[in-house]
Design a protein around this ligand. Structure first.
Ligand SMILES: *[C@@H]1O[C@H](CO)[C@@H](O)[C@H](O)[C@H]1NC(C)=O
Ligand SMILES: *[C@@H]1O[C@H](CO)[C@@H](O)[C@H](O)[C@H]1NC(C)=O
Ligand SMILES: *[C@@H]1O[C@H](CO)[C@@H](O)[C@H](O)[C@H]1NC(C)=O
Ligand SMILES: CC(=O)N[C@H]1CO[C@H](CO)[C@@H](O)[C@@H]1O
Ligand SMILES: [Cu+2]
Length: 575
């Protein structure tokens, strides 16, 4: 009887395997996020590594060695350990996200990024999109410091990848040790992988970390909350898991006959903060500063606190705002950073949930639910404390140059191409693949106006390396279909008479996004005008490095699945 049952089970399982494809087999093993109780793991503070040494009481430059390791990481109390790729000074110290590097303004940090990854990736990898392809085995990686104003050789060009032990390098690889000048304004950056065609999977696997540049002369007088307990980076991303704990990524493309694996947007159903699913943090009734980094592939977050408490925004992307802004809701795109202060002495409740109600894909997709609508919980203890910290109304002002000082006006158009089943196959900027020679060649030290036209249905967070920009305005286009038809044929905004289509509604730029940015959400069907500065914002000094050197820079959509296929273009600085 038992033997018969066993044979029957074996027979059934063979039949099932024969009919189901591997994606479906995976789907059956997906863990339901409702199985993971929320707010049971404590929020982690990732290891902090100073990016400087102290010699005779004076800070001096430092060289760090940071490796990329495959290891197991526990994302939740009830989830088996997950195989990840993690940054760390050693394998045992490696974390997801990686260590927080704390640099000082004007003191260089050098980092030798070392790849110790195995020969095979832990996630599916689609060779039909433009992808780093080593001849031998290995996982190509290269690190980009997002928000960094650094030499091209240290910018993490997608083709400057390298595999384990520098066994193999990409065509634009130049050096092992990256130099971060830290000459720029104080603020929040993050480092992450940027390898050609692999950015989305390398980040999904865990190659992400925070990087802070501090400038005591400017920041101490502000009197903001400080110290490791009260000034905390929160690196947020979404992931899906199988019941065995492994990371899940759908390995069937939306156009499998064209791209067997690539999908236009990755969404996970578990929200992870500092490496833990829906963590909790115990806080006192006083002020805390959170540097929130959205490191999701494609999920937008619109944050709010469930007890109705407001929060003060003090910085966005890599720079302080000129004035602090009190808000109750906040929309963050992938790769955007917001610097906020929560004052828990104002809370009338003993706990509060940081929640999210952004549709996904944003803005046209599904609403959030009970599960992906929650991010983390603050458990508030004790009596209100008097803290001496403050959030000044006036923060740090970096004036924007006059629009008339712009030397060049460019038109940057975002296109999406679809297959005969109307599924996206790839996305381009200005109708050009990444391999086509650079068309955007600003002069070092110059200011330019870019008119960014989004002809797709998605909101694309545009990220520009090296430059910082202010958003001048967003205008809805009228008769978009006519304009798109012309653009799809001519790919020329002037010949297609852009000005006839810009009579639509003006969309206000939210006050907290009027400062200097390195990412901005390009609304669908809109023209967004930005003023970019290819120089510092806090000083008129010229770059202390040759920005015109090879391999140059890039600009791209920061939805990683778009960037990989291939919503990215070279940005070549000239003298
Ligand atoms: C994986 O992608 C394929 C193709 O788009 C789709 O048919 C399938 O439902 C997806 N699976 C899951 C679990 O989302
Ligand atoms: C995070 O960034 C991703 C991609 O860059 C974006 O799609 C998502 O909406 C962002 N989420 C939040 C909470 O900012
Ligand atoms: C740069 O120079 C201009 C013109 O002299 C001046 O108005 C501006 O304040 C300077 N900017 C900085 C950041 O020093
Ligand atoms: C959601 C949305 O407004 N999408 C628009 C994006 O832009 C294209 C072309 O401009 C429009 O057709 C879409 O409606
Ligand atoms: Cu995009």
């Amino acid at each position: 009887m038992d033997v018969f049952l066993l044979l029957l089970l074996l027979f059934i399982s063979i039949c099932l395997r024969g009919t189901a494809n591997s994606a479906n087999a995976n789907d059956r093993l997906l863990i339901s996020p409702s199985k993971l109780e929320m707010f049971v793991d404590e929020l982690l503070d990732m290891p902090r590594i100073p990016g400087f040494d102290i010699k005779n009481g004076v800070p001096v430059s430092k060289t760090l060695k940071i490796g990329m390791y495959q290891k197991k990481w526990k994302f939740h109390r009830d989830l088996p350990p997950t195989r990840v790729f993690a940054y760390g000074t050693t394998r045992s110290k490696a974390t997801v996200p990686g260590p927080t590097i704390e640099a000082l303004q004007n003191i260089e940090t050098l980092v030798t990024w070392q790849n110790h990854l195995p020969s095979k990736h832990i996630l599916p990898w689609d060779p039909t999109i433009p992808t780093a392809t080593p001849l031998h085995k290995g996982v190509p990686t290269v690190v980009h410091l997002h928000g960094g104003i650094d030499e091209p050789q240290s910018d993490g060009n997608s083709n400057s990848w390298f595999t384990s032990g520098f066994k193999e390098m990409g065509p634009t690889w130049t050096k092992k040790t990256y130099r971060y000048h830290n000459f720029q304004q104080p603020g929040n950056l993050w480092y992450h992988d940027h390898a050609m065609g692999l950015t989305r999977v390398n980040l999904l696997a865990g190659l992400i970390g925070a990087y802070i540049i501090r400038d005591r002369s400017i920041e101490t007088p502000l009197g903001l909350p400080h110290g490791d307990d009260f000034d905390r980076p929160l690196v947020i991303f979404d992931r899906s898991f199988l019941i065995d704990g492994s990371l899940y990524m759908n390995n069937t493309g939306n156009n499998p006959s064209i791209h067997p694996q690539w999908q236009p947007e990755y969404f996970g159903d578990v929200i992870i903060v500092n490496g833990k699913a829906w963590p909790r943090m115990t806080v006192h009734r006083r002020k805390y500063r959170f540097r929130i980094i959205n490191a999701s592939n494609a999920r937008f977050f619109r944050f709010f606190l469930t007890n109705g408490m407001g929060f003060k925004i003090i910085g966005s992307d890599s720079a302080y705002l000129a004035k602090s802004i009190l808000k109750k809701k906040l929309l963050l795109a992938p790769s955007e950073i917001v610097d906020v202060v929560f004052d828990f002495s104002k809370s009338t409740s003993d706990s509060v949930i940081l929640a999210n109600d952004a549709a996904y894909p944003y803005p046209s997709g599904d609403p959030t639910d009970e599960i992906n609508g929650k991010v983390m919980k603050f458990v508030i203890i004790g009596e209100p404390e008097v803290d001496t910290w403050q959030v000044p109304a006036e923060l740090v002002k970096y004036p924007a140059p006059a629009v008339s000082s712009a030397s060049t006006t460019r038109y940057i158009t975002m296109y999406e191409y679809t297959s005969n089943i109307d599924e996206p196959t790839h996305l381009y900027i200005n109708g050009l693949s990444y391999e086509k020679p650079a068309t955007e060649m600003p002069k070092a030290g110059s200011t330019e106006i870019w008119n960014v036209i989004n002809l797709t249905e998605d909101n694309h967070p545009l990220h520009i390396h090296l430059g910082l920009f202010v958003v001048l305005g967003q205008t809805e286009l009228v008769n978009v279909d006519l304009f798109r038809d012309c653009m799809m044929k001519m790919n020329d905004a002037i010949k297609c008479h852009l000005s006839q289509y810009t009579r639509g509604k003006k969309i206000a730029v939210p006050t907290h996004e009027r400062g200097w940015k390195n990412v901005f959400k390009m609304r669908p069907g809109c023209l967004t005008r930005i003023l970019i500065r290819f120089s510092y914002i806090h000083s008129n000094a010229s770059y202390p490095f040759d920005a015109t050197a090879e391999p140059g820079y890039v600009y791209h959509c920061h939805i990683l699945d778009h960037e990989d296929n291939v919503m990215m273009r070279p940005l070549k600085i000239i003298s």
